[in-house]
Write a protein that binds this ligand. Structure first.
Ligand code: ADP
Ligand code: MG
Ligand code: MG
Length: 255
């Protein structure tokens, strides 16, 4: 059973030759079977946290630790992190022109599973996973995310999640830009993934809406580059009625 531990994590980014600290001491432990919602206003550093865990080169960890089952994640390359069982569904998924979705998924599955999936069962597996997410089969031959709508990109992220079955999934604003039907389909995909009871989920969101579909065990308020309050689902209800004003001094709705 997996555990992701984030200990006093400080992360900075350098833009125009100026180094700026974005995360200032994040502490969080996610165990297998737990879903943690990270809720916070825009610009609080939520995506930076997800990038730091995934190993994005732009984000420098200046101090602190990230451990997966006790192993030092910060020592691992991006590929090694994926093979170790970490998965990031990005807020803004990147387009990969010239690489078809079916090739991309097979390559990713081969890397993560350590061997190429058997072709016949694989084709079936992908077909079922696509149909579960209401993705048109024609998408298999399209370039990854190229020309996809926002909602189509999010479905594709959840398709990967279902096929790769990571130990720990970080879902960065998977709800943003989705209409109610797409939100339901995508949430059902996440819930199928969670159904094993062994997945650890970090569900990053600005809005409480997705939490009606994906019930969190814990809710953390993220502001100014760290977790400023933690609680159960009731904390999300409180944010829904009060917004983030108590944490930022600024009026910002959470619904
Ligand atoms: P959130 O996801 O909570 O909206 P982000 O992690 O995207 O917040 O951003 C947090 C802060 O870090 C913002 O002020 C943002 O402008 C800054 N930031 C994030 N990434 C970069 C980057 N690559 N270059 C410069 N500034 C960045
Ligand atoms: Mg500190
Ligand atoms: Mg973000």
């Amino acid at each position: 059973m997996a555990t992701l531990e984030i200990k006093d994590l400080h992360v900075s980014v350098t833009a125009d030759e100026v180094e700026k600290e974005i995360l200032s001491g994040v502490n969080l432990t996610i165990n297998a079977g737990e879903t943690h919602a990270i809720m916070g206003p825009n610009g609080s550093g939520k995506s930076t946290l997800s990038y730091a865990i995934a190993g994005h080169p732009k984000y420098t960890v200046t101090s602190g630790q990230i451990l997966l089952d006790g192993e030092d994640v910060l020592e691992m390359s991006v590929d090694e992190r994926a093979r170790a069982g970490l998965f990031l569904a990005m807020q803004y998924p990147v387009e990969v022109p010239g690489v078809s979705m079916s090739n991309f998924l097979r390559t990713a599955a081969t890397a993560v599973r350590g061997e190429a999936p058997k072709l016949r069962t694989w084709v079936k597996e992908v077909k079922t996973a696509m149909s579960d997410l209401d993705i048109d089969p024609a998408f298999a031959e399209r370039s990854v995310n190229e020309g996809f709508s926002g909602g189509e990109k999010k479905r594709h992220e959840i398709l990967q999640l279902g096929l790769l079955q990571p130990k720990i999934a970080i879902l960065d604003e998977t709800d943003s830009g989705l209409d109610v039907d797409a939100l339901r389909v995508v949430s059902e995909g996440v819930n199928r993934y969670r159904a094993s009871g062994e997945a650890g989920v970090m569900l990053i969101t600005h809005y409480t809406r997705i939490l009606n579909y994906i019930k969190p065990d814990f809710v953390h308020v993220f502001a100014g580059g760290k977790i400023v309050e933690s609680g159960g689902p009731e904390l999300a209800d409180q944010l829904e009625s009060e917004g983030y004003v108590r944490f930022t001094g600024k009026r910002e709705e959470a619904v």
